[in-house]
Design a binder for this molecule. Sequence first.
Ligand SMILES: [Zn+2]
Length: 313
Amino acid sequence: MKKYVAVDVGGTKIAVGVGEESGRFLGTSVFSTDTKWSQDAVLDRIAETVDQLVSETGLEHANLVRLGLGSPGPLDGPRLLETSNLHNWMGLNWETGLESRLNLPVSVQNDATAAGLGEWMYGAGRGTNDCIYVTVSTGIGAGIVAGGRLYAGARGNAGEFGHIVMNPTGPECPAGHQGCLESLASGTAIRRQGQAQQAASAFLGGFDAVETKDVFDGYEAGDPVCRAIVEAAADQLGLGLSYLIDLFNPEKIILGGGVATHAPASYRERLWHAAIRWSLKTMAGVVELVPAQLGGDSGLKGALAVAVTEHRP
Ligand SMILES: [Zn+2]
């Protein structure tokens, strides 16, 4: 039976799995990433881990059909352009690097796109033809399935939802512009605003270093400063979602990522209220907000989905 290799690359760890089209993994392995590693070192380590998994699971290399990989973006096709904390790997081409080491076809997508594909195949988007996965964590990203296919764009970067500019005079973003959704509504943005307004907040006053979670705790406790920060972030995110709804007419918006998943229900209610309010009625009437289902598996299952769908004719 055909087996696929899944590789989920993150800034702190890399997960590798060998699995089947059904979404079942026969074996998985995770190792910590040292961002000082050379490009050859990280490629060698991934290839060694694949070989190890193949022998541990009693398979043969000939059983492997394709390797799917989810990488932090932005990408130029299979090549890593720039990332916040992977400077040594800039320009790394996952496809040629792993194909030559493993003698296996390789398909690469950015991590949010891969996670979206995973939710569509194995999670909250199953059974739909049009769904959009949105992740809100330290950053904001999206993976788009339109008309029963992954929508990846010309060079694989479609779904950079976090960098849609909401306010051109807003805070600066490392991507080189101002006031994008990520700079207004991500976990990082919420933390930064909590730190900036710490002195004005009775709740945040006692913390040494304010974290995103502290601002949400203050929000739940009714602290006016924390409430204003979280509500503004939810309103901006909801407005951004209305653009996705009007552009793609999805059946489902699948919300995942650490911040969105752990936030209180009232945060999700507020952002959805904004999304529906600002989208066209014909589309608002059919779209549903659902939580992501894959949780911590979303990266690896997403990479598996990348391998499986690329192999389909
Ligand atoms: Zn940006």
